[in-house]
Design a protein around this ligand. Structure first.
Ligand SMILES: Nc1nc2c(c(=O)[nH]1)N[C@H]1C(S)=C(S)[C@@H](COP(=O)(O)O)O[C@H]1N2
Ligand SMILES: [Mo]
Length: 173
C-alpha cells in the first residue's frame, strides 16, 4: 500500500511540474521594462508636489540628441559627450518658467536657471566617449558643459553645476 501511495505521489509531482513548465512556456513574455533613471517633480509655491514624471533612459534617448567634444577638469584629454540639451529637456517637460534644482544620488543639489539653459550650454549627457556611463564613472546621467567653447564655462560656478549621478529634477513654480 505504501508503495502505491509513493508511486502515486511521484506521478502527481511529475505531472504537476509538467503542467507548470508548460504554463510558463506559453505565457506571453512581459514587455521589457526599463528602470527609471530620472525623477522630475513639480512643486507649487508652498513646496507641495503637484506632479511627478518618471523618465527612463529610453525616454531621454528619444529626445533630440546633442554632441560635443571638450576637455574637462575631471578628465585627461578630449572627451566626447552625447545627450540632450537641458533646453530641449525643458521643452519636452513643458517647463518655461520657475526655479529648477538638480540633485544627485549623494543628495548634492544645484540650481541651473532657465536662462542658462540654451543649446551650446548645459547638456544632460548619457554617453561618454560612445559608451553609457555607470554610476561609478559619473553616470548614468551627468550634466556637462562644452567647457572649451567659452571662457564663461571655465568657472567655479559652472563646475559646481556639472552635477553627476543626477537622479532628480525639482521644478518650483
Ligand atoms: N553628484 C555630484 N556632482 C558634483 C558634486 C558632488 O558633490 N556630487 N560636486 C560639484 C562641485 S561643488 C564642483 S566644484 C565640481 C567639482 O568637484 P570635484 O572637485 O570633486 O571634482 O563637481 C560638482 N558636481
Ligand atoms: Mo564646488
Amino acid at each position: 500500500m505504501l508503495r502505491f501511495v509513493l508511486l502515486w505521489l511521484m506521478a502527481v509531482t511529475v505531472s504537476f511540474s509538467g503542467i507548470t513548465a508548460a504554463t510558463v512556456e506559453t505565457e506571453p513574455k512581459p514587455a521589457p521594462t526599463q528602470p527609471p533613471v530620472l525623477n522630475v517633480v513639480f512643486l507649487d509655491q508652498n513646496e507641495a508636489q503637484t506632479a511627478d514624471r518618471v523618465l527612463t533612459m529610453a525616454d531621454i534617448q528619444a529626445l533630440p540628441a546633442a554632441e560635443f567634444t571638450t576637455t574637462t577638469i575631471w578628465t585627461e584629454g578630449e572627451q566626447q559627450f552625447r545627450g540632450v540639451w537641458l533646453s530641449d529637456l525643458m521643452t519636452y517637460l513643458e517647463v518655461s518658467d520657475g526655479t529648477i534644482f538638480f540633485s544627485a544620488l549623494n543628495e548634492y543639489m544645484i540650481e541651473i536657471t532657465l536662462a542658462e539653459m540654451v543649446p551650446g550650454g548645459p547638456m544632460l549627457a548619457y554617453e561618454w566617449n560612445g559608451i553609457p556611463m555607470s554610476p561609478r564613472d559619473k553616470g548614468p546621467l551627468w550634466i556637462v558643459f562644452p567647457y572649451d567653447s567659452d571662457q564663461k564655462f571655465q568657472s567655479e560656478s559652472v563646475y559646481a553645476q556639472s552635477i553627476w549621478q543626477l537622479d532628480r529634477i525639482e521644478v518650483s513654480r
